[in-house]
Design a protein around this ligand. Structure first.
Ligand code: NDP
Ligand code: 8X3
Length: 263
C-alpha cells in the first residue's frame, strides 16, 4: 500500500466499534481515504466527523465516507456501494471485519436465531461485501482483502460450536479467495485474534454487562488498537509480499482453551 504512489482507499466493515473503529482510526491518522460502514448511523456520523477533523480533505474529496448497511442484506450492500461518489468505488484494501458471536451454549441448547445471526453475518455477510468489491479489484489488477477471523476459526472450544464453525468458514474462505484471486494480483490475508475486549462480549451475552466482563477477568486482553496495527502492517507490505495468516493472542492466552488468569 505504501508504495502505490497514490492515496489508497480502505473499506472497513463494522467500523462503529471495536476492531473496525480502531482500524479506521489507524488509517485515517495517516491521511488515508477511509470508508466506514456499519448499521448504527449515529456512530458512523460521529466517527466520520471526528476523523475528517484530523486531516480535512485529501485530493479534493473527504477523507472519510460513511455507508450504513447490514452486511446480511446483499441488495442493501450493493445499493450502498453503488451510492459511493465517483472515485470512491476503487477500493484498494477491503477489511472484512463485521461479525459477532451470539450466545455461548451447548449445541443442544443453542438458539436457532443466534445461529442465523452468526452464519448470516460472519459468513454470508463477508461474501456479500466481497462479491461487491472484488470485480473492481479484478478490473484494476490489484487489491487486498483482509478477513478478520479468530482463534475460534483455528480451534473449537466448548459451547463455541456455531461461532467457531462460522470462523472456521472465514479461515477456509480466506484460503479459497487467495487461490481464486491469485491470477488477478489480489492479496488475501487473514488476521485471527484471540480474546479482545471490545463490544464483542456484550453482544455475545445479549447485553448482559456482568457476563460480558468474565472472559477478560484476570488477563490483559487484546485491544482494538493491537489489531489495527496488524491490519496496517499487513496492508503496508511491498507489492510482492502477502501476509497469509496472522494468529495473535494476549500474552496470557496460549490457545482457545488455555488462559493464565491472575485473580
Ligand atoms: P464489536 O462488537 O465491537 O464490533 C462489531 C462490529 O461489527 C460493529 O461495528 C458492528 O456494527 C458490526 N456488525 C455486526 N453485525 C453487523 C451487520 N449485520 N451488518 C453490518 N455490520 C455489523 O466486536 P469486535 O470489534 O470485537 O469484532 C470485530 C470482528 O472481530 C468480528 O468479526 C469478531 O468475530 C472478530 N473477533 C473478535 C474477537 C474479540 O475477542 N473481540 C477476537 C477474534 C475475532 P453495527 O452494530 O453498527 O452494525
Ligand atoms: C473471539 C475470540 O475466544 O471469544 O473470536 O471466540 S473467542
Amino acid at each position: 500500500m505504501t508504495d502505490m504512489g497514490f492515496s489508497p482507499i480502505i473499506f472497513v466493515t463494522g467500523a462503529t466499534s471495536g476492531f473496525g473503529e480502531a482500524i479506521a482510526r489507524r488509517f485515517a491518522a495517516e491521511g488515508r481515504r477511509v470508508i466506514i460502514t456499519g448499521r448504527r448511523r449515529d456512530r458512523l456520523e460521529v466517527l466520520k466527523r471526528e476523523l475528517e477533523g484530523l486531516h480535512g480533505t485529501v485530493e479534493g474529496g473527504t477523507v472519510v465516507h460513511a455507508l450504513r448497511f447490514d452486511v446480511r442484506d446483499a441488495a442493501e450492500v450493493e445499493r450502498a456501494f453503488a451510492s459511493l461518489p465517483d472515485g470512491w468505488r476503487d477500493i484498494d484494501v477491503l477489511v472484512n471485519n463485521a461479525g459477532l458471536a451470539a450466545g455461548l451454549d451447548p449445541i443442544q441448547d443453542g438458539d436457532p436465531d443466534d445461529w442465523d445471526r452468526m452464519i448470516d453475518t460472519n459468513i454470508k455477510g463477508l461474501l456479500n461485501v466481497s462479491r461487491t468489491v472484488i470485480p473492481g479489484m479484478i478490473s484494476r489488477g490489484r487489491g487486498h482483502i483482509i478477513n478478520i477471523g479468530s482463534t475460534a476459526g483455528k480451534e473449537v472450544y466448548p459451547k463455541g460450536n456455531v461461532y467457531c464453525a462460522s470462523k472456521h468458514a472465514v479461515d477456509a474462505l480466506t484460503k479459497g479467495m487467495r487461490q481464486d484471486l491469485l491470477p488477478h494480483g489480489i492479496k488475501v490475508t487473514q488476521i485471527a485474534p484471540g480474546l479482545a475486549e471490545t463490544e464483542f462480549s456484550l453482544v455475545r451475552f445479549h447485553g448482559d454487562a456482568e457476563k460480558a466482563k468474565k472472559p477478560y477477568e484476570g488477563i490483559e486482553p487484546l485491544r482494538g488498537e493491537d489489531i489495527a496495527e496488524l491490519v496496517h502492517f499487513a496492508a503496508s507490505r511491498p507489492a510482492h509480499v502477502c501476509i497469509n495468516d496472522l494468529v495473535v493472542t494476549p500474552t496470557a492466552q496460549a490457545n482457545s482453551t488455555l488462559t493464565h488468569r491472575v485473580m
